[in-house]
Design a protein around this ligand. Structure first.
Ligand SMILES: [Zn+2]
Length: 132
């Protein structure tokens, strides 16, 4: 189960919209099961269908979150034109069972976000709530 603050959710949506038609990606810092801070990272693939982190930025983001006492345990990326479901590549690249993977879709009339965790080598849905 993961909760996101409204501020983080709004930030993810803003980031995703800014990067259209490319996928946006980044980290979310978590305190007590709630995502409280998003850090935007560069999608070095510059692609509408997949993403890769810049390793140096990724390292810096993890360090920044940990310095604030947050767990760097959630990564996010956007699907500009497809639903908030993992692609085959998302299944293949998600390897860390301690990470929650959020996918934010802009395909529908309003943004849709879902969370997943690796189970038996595939991404399985995790309950996600947005604080109101
Ligand atoms: Zn994806």
């Amino acid at each position: 189960m993961l909760r996101l603050s409204t501020a983080v959710f709004d930030d993810l949506v803003a980031h995703a919209r800014q990067e259209v038609p490319l996928e946006a990606c980044g980290y979310i810092g978590v305190r007590e099961s709630t995502g409280v801070e998003a850090i935007r990272l560069t999608n070095i693939d510059h692609s509408p269908e997949h993403f890769s982190f810049d390793p140096a930025e990724q390292f810096a983001a993890v360090r920044t979150l940990r310095a604030q006492g947050l767990a760097a345990s959630v990564v996010y990326h956007s699907h500009p034109a497809t639903p908030a479901r993992p692609s085959e590549e998302d299944h293949r690249l998600a390897r860390d069972p301690s990470t929650i993977y959020c996918i934010l879709s802009l395909a529908g009339p309003s943004p849709d976000i879902k969370a997943f965790r690796v189970e038996n080598g595939r991404l399985a849905a995790v309950r996600l709530e947005i604080d109101t």
